[in-house]
Design a protein around this ligand. Structure first.
Ligand code: FAD
Length: 138
């Protein structure tokens, strides 16, 4: 596993649950991700609101880019949008890998609302989203 203090980058993306996929796939994703991320020195948080994913990832650039490539090929989600990707200022925001659920019924789709934002504006909206979600550590 790379040292936790190697030059760090962060990545924020959103995506949509693919058509035909059941929300139950999220359990498989988080279980497998935790093992991979520990191996690769990646930490972060994944939020799922029943329709969309938002994931903040932080780690050394080469492994983050490798993961982004795998994410782009993963058929369980679609329309992946990278909304922020930059050198991390300071230390990791999520030194432990976390899964945060924000399951809601009906129209209140929180993540879709900031899919058109990029850079710091997207990060700010993501931070607000995290205040309101029920957390669960995977
Ligand atoms: P493999 O050994 O090839 O796959 C491992 C297992 O993953 C497979 O046995 C299968 O059960 C499942 N799987 C992989 N791809 C698919 C697919 N297209 N459809 C159905 N099942 C599949 N991976 C991480 O490592 N870290 C993350 O933080 C992370 N976050 C994710 C967030 C979301 C929203 C999604 C959709 C996926 C995420 N993934 C994450 C999974 C990632 O896209 C790759 O599937 C995974 O990294 C591949 O792992 P592997 O190299 O061990 O592949």
């Amino acid at each position: 596993m790379p040292a936790l203090h190697d030059s760090l980058y962060c990545l924020l993306y959103t995506s949509k649950l693919a058509l035909g996929q059941d929300a139950s796939c999220v359990r498989d994703i988080t279980a497998h991700s935790r093992a991979n991320n520990e191996r690769d020195g990646i930490t972060g948080i994944l939020v799922f609101d029943g329709a969309c994913f938002a994931q903040w990832l932080e780690g050394p650039l080469p492994v983050l880019e490798g993961l982004l490539g795998r994410l782009r090929r993963d058929g369980r989600h679609a329309q992946l949008r990278v909304q922020h990707h930059a050198a991390l200022e300071g230390s990791r925001l999520f030194p432990e890998w976390r899964m945060a659920y924000a399951l809601r019924d009906g129209e209140d789709r929180e993540i879709a609302r900031f899919r058109s934002l990029y850079g710091r504006a997207a990060v700010s909206e993501f931070a607000l989203l995290l205040k309101g979600v029920e957390r669960e550590t995977a």
